[in-house]
Design a protein around this ligand. Structure first.
Ligand code: 6PG
Length: 276
């Protein structure tokens, strides 16, 4: 696929669900996303006094986190009023290199003034890590009266689910996102916000992950894909969308915000743009 970058992003005909932002290169992409993130943070702070974000693991976001830290244009982010959640976690100890929170701590959390009480790692080595995280969500969002995630249709949102202001998602080569892997049990969950996902269809180690009902309740969902290795999966998503979402086999097509926005942030290599 080749696309004329001079066309407005939305007209690229990429066929992805939601908005598509294509930047000339990764550096510009991280810049663009950081500008959006900063404006969302300020808006959330002005409107609700706090900014709730949920961040994914993987390596793609690392340069983005670094950009937020070093560039003075992003100094206005109200980190003191930000809550940082994890989209998903591997069931390994905190000090394991596979642990997403460990990576996040090193690439962002150690350098921002967010109070520890507002940084929410998943207690994945405890019993019932999903129940623990849902309880933490209820407390932080003032939903104590809510008996848990309300039942509702997956993959849409559920009434009463906590609304993240910003969720950063990646996508794997199999079109998984979060730890929602093709044909895995978590794909079908409609009545929980957080679940353990394990079994033959989950890339080891076992995971704890946000579910579609929680993710789709978010105000803004950003899928960040960089580099030509992501092109094939993006094409697969676009092809699938011609026939309609298929979360079981193409999990990221289950990301369908209930009352929010989904935006894909791609560099030209990921988008398959050859001419600039
Ligand atoms: C994880 C992530 C996962 C990730 C994708 C993309 O725990 O691994 O949450 O969903 O976002 O696998 O990973 P990369 O950014 O490393 O390509």
């Amino acid at each position: 696929m080749t696309y004329d970058l001079n066309e407005p992003a939305a007209d690229h005909g990429l066929g992805l669900p939601g908005e598509v932002h294509v930047a000339a290169d990764a550096d510009d992409l991280y810049d663009d996303l950081a500008l959006v993130f900063t404006s969302l943070a300020i808006k959330a702070h002005d409107e609700r006094g706090e900014f709730h974000i949920a961040l994914s693991g993987g390596t793609t976001p690392w340069p983005f986190y670094h950009r937020l830290l070093i560039d003075t244009r992003f100094r206005a982010i109200p980190w003191e009023r930000t809550h940082i959640w994890i989209v998903d976690e591997r069931r390994v100890p905190d000090d394991d290199d596979l642990n997403n929170f460990k990576s996040l701590r090193g690439s962002l959390l150690e350098d921002i003034p967010t109070p520890p009480s507002q940084i929410h790692p998943m207690m994945v080595m405890r019993d019932d890590p999903a129940g623990l995280y849902e309880a933490e969500l209820r407390t932080a969002f003032g939903l104590e009266g809510n008996s848990g995630s309300s039942p509702g249709p997956a993959p849409g949102g559920t009434p009463g689910a906590p609304r993240m202001d910003f969720v950063l998602l990646g996508m794997g080569g199999d079109c998984h996102t979060a730890s929602l892997f093709p044909k895995s049990d978590a794909i079908h969950v409609a009545d929980r916000w957080i679940v353990v996902n394990e079994g033959p269809n989950v890339t080891p180690p076992d995971r704890v992950t946000m579910t579609y009902p929680l993710l789709n309740a978010a105000r803004q969902l950003a899928v960040l894909c960089v580099g030509s290795k992501k092109t094939e999966a993006l094409v697969r998503v676009a092809d699938q969308m011609k026939a309609g979402p298929d979360p079981v086999n193409v999990p990221i097509t289950g990301i369908q915000p209930t009352d929010g926005e989904l935006t894909w942030y791609l560099d030209k290599d990921a988008a398959g743009c050859k001419d600039l």
